[in-house]
Design a protein around this ligand. Structure first.
Ligand code: SF4
Length: 100
């Protein structure tokens, strides 16, 4: 039953600039988040097979908020994305008016 799929519209991105490669996400959701051998930063390996819980567990474990979860184009995690030091690029508002 696809209409009961809790992952509908879910999209996970990992910002390589935020990732400090401390492997918290890979410990929280092994096999879903993995550290890329070449770049050293986390990548999502098995998004199709991952449960929503696993996706969120990894994202919650990340101390730098490198893992961003959106649903139907709206960010659902983290609720507040703290700006990176020296970077103004992530400052776009998604129009919800409650990002701070
Ligand atoms: S927990 Fe965050 S900082 Fe650590 S490896 Fe995963 S994405 Fe990178």
């Amino acid at each position: 039953m696809e209409n009961r799929d809790p992952k509908r519209g879910i999209k996970v991105t990992i910002d390589p600039k935020r990732c400090i490669a401390n492997a918290k996400c890979t410990a929280a959701a092994p096999g879903i988040y993995v550290l890329d051998d070449e770049t050293g930063v986390a990548v999502i390996e098995n998004e199709e097979a991952a449960t929503l819980e696993q996706l969120f567990a990894g994202a919650r474990a990340c101390p730098t908020q490198a893992i961003i979860i959106e649903q139907f184009g709206r960010r659902v995690f983290p609720r507040i994305l703290t700006p990176m030091f020296g970077e103004g690029k992530d400052g776009q508002d998604d129009g919800e008016g409650e990002t701070r």
